[in-house]
Design a protein around this ligand. Structure first.
Ligand SMILES: *Cc1c(COP(=O)(O)O)cnc(C)c1O
Length: 436
């Protein structure tokens, strides 16, 4: 155990970073603001399940770069793909066979994506599905579920208004009230609020946008009837159903959660895992809807880097590895070991902890109550999570610096890593107990 880790070099880089990169970070979720502050660690190298920081501290990584790194760091198959790219060129600005092969693989795994377009980020993918849904239906409003994250474009940076089924209000400065007014928000896992929203706004709705298993206020699976109710309700009012599977696709099994729920989305957005650690996004869906996209149709979307050989070949390499039998059982087993261990420790040390697990992902909420909605996750203790986060970090375990994020298992996590992690958690819970 490392009770006092050296972080001097990270401190120096953070000072430099703050002088040139706004806030010192290139994505706000990387700052430690939500966990009571501190110097974000600066990392220089990844290897399998480990990350190494600029002070040469080693961390077992459960952040997995917020989901994409299911194979771990510097996987040999990714190296092979990138080596080929480095020799043959990274970007052509033209059509290439790789993007076709890759799109074929995606469609084979997710049959509802009858036609596909590649983008450079999950944000772009979701953003375009919203545009295409509006084009296709000729309607303006979308419905999203409270607390869901769908990227950083204006229409989804919208928070709930007051009341359970209302028009949204801007959740970021610079988002227009007029844009927020086109977004209806209702609580996830709340069928009656959803029905009320449809009664009021159904005729104006272009689409219902859902992350079918929540990954952004913890891991929150849908209640048994929820997904079916979402599809049924949307169908009745003539709205499309868009699945944001940027986290969920290829995280839980080889494909999307649609087959797990026996559901078929009209449009689906992908990202994260499918890029093998490189920037990517993809969207697709019903052929008659996708035919609205330029150059076939009037809905415009483009990208200089879209379908670039580097992201696509790293993505294909990832999918090939994920096709190996037993891979997902292994990821689930690892998560279950951690979850069982954490729950037992929480009980021993009387720490209020709710762990939500879905296969190879889980979230730790410092509360005694179940977490089914954003409000539940929001009400869990930020202070206890912050103490847990920093305690684990000091002991060489890297978690996300926010109580709303998940732990992701990766293929290279070993039995030893899991045991080391649970030992660290025991230390931290013990220390937290004395301060409760
Ligand atoms: C990460 C994420 C996005 C945005 O993807 P980026 O590649 O960061 O733009 C969209 N939706 C969900 C559910 C995500 O988790």
């Amino acid at each position: 155990m490392q009770p006092t880790m050296k972080t001097r070099t990270s401190d120096i880089w953070y000072a430099r970073a703050q002088n040139v990169i706004i806030g010192g970070v290139n994505s706000p979720s990387r700052s430690y603001k939500a966990v009571g502050g501190g110097t974000p660690r600066f990392f220089v190298r990844g290897e399998g399940a480990y990350l190494f920081d600029v002070d040469d501290n080693r961390y077992i990584d459960y952040l997995a770069a917020y989901g994409p790194l299911i194979l771990g760091h510097a996987h040999p198959k990714i190296k092979e793909a990138l080596l080929a790219v480095s020799e043959e060129g990274t970007l052509f600005g033209t059509s290439t066979p790789y993007e076709v092969q890759f799109a074929e693989m995606l469609r084979e795994a997710i049959p509802s994506m009858e036609r596909i377009r590649l983008t450079n980020s999950g944000t772009e993918a979701v953003m375009t599905t919203v545009r295409v849904a509006r084009a296709y239906t000729g309607r303006s409003k979308i419905l999203k579920f409270q607390g869901s994250y769908h990227g950083h474009f204006d229409d989804v940076l919208v928070a709930a208004g007051s009341g359970p089924a209302t028009l949204g209000t801007p959740d970021s400065a610079g988002v227009l009230q007029s844009v927020a007014q086109e977004v209806v928000t209702t609580p996830y896992n709340d069928i009656s609020s959803y029905h009320r929203a449809l009664e009021t706004y159904g005729a104006e709705l272009a689409a219902v946008l859902i992350e079918p298993i929540i990954g952004n206020f913890g891991i929150v699976p849908p209640d048994p009837d929820f997904i079916q109710a979402v599809h049924q309700g949307a169908k009745e009012v003539g709205a499309l159903v868009i699945y944001d599977e940027v986290i969920t696709a290829f995280r839980f099994h080889y494909g999307s959660v649609q087959s797990l729920f026996n559901a078929r989305a009209d449009l689906t957005a992908l990202g994260k895992i499918i890029g093998g650690g490189l920037p990517i996004g993809a969207y697709g869906g019903r052929r008659d809807i996708m035919e609205w996209v330029a150059p076939l149709g009037p809905a415009y979307q483009a990208g200089t880097m879209a379908g670039n050989p580097a992201s696509v070949r790293a993505g294909m390499a990832t999918l090939h590895v994920l096709k190996t039998p037993g891979v997902y059982e292994d990821l689930t087993q690892k998560a279950s070991t951690l979850v069982g261990g954490l729950q037992a420790l929480a009980e021993t040390y009387r720490i209020p902890l709710t762990v939500n697990q879905y296969r190879g992902a889980f979230s730790t909420h410092f509360t005694d109550r179940p977490v089914r909605t954003y409000q539940d996750a929001d009400e869990a203790s930020s202070d206890l999570y912050a103490r847990f986060f920093h305690g684990m970090l000091e002991r060489g375990i890297l978690l996300a610096p926010s109580k709303f994020e998940a732990w992701f298992t990766m293929l290279p996590h070993s039995e030893e890593d899991l045991a080391f992690t649970l030992n660290a958690a025991e230390d931290v819970f013990k220390a937290m107990r004395t301060q409760l």
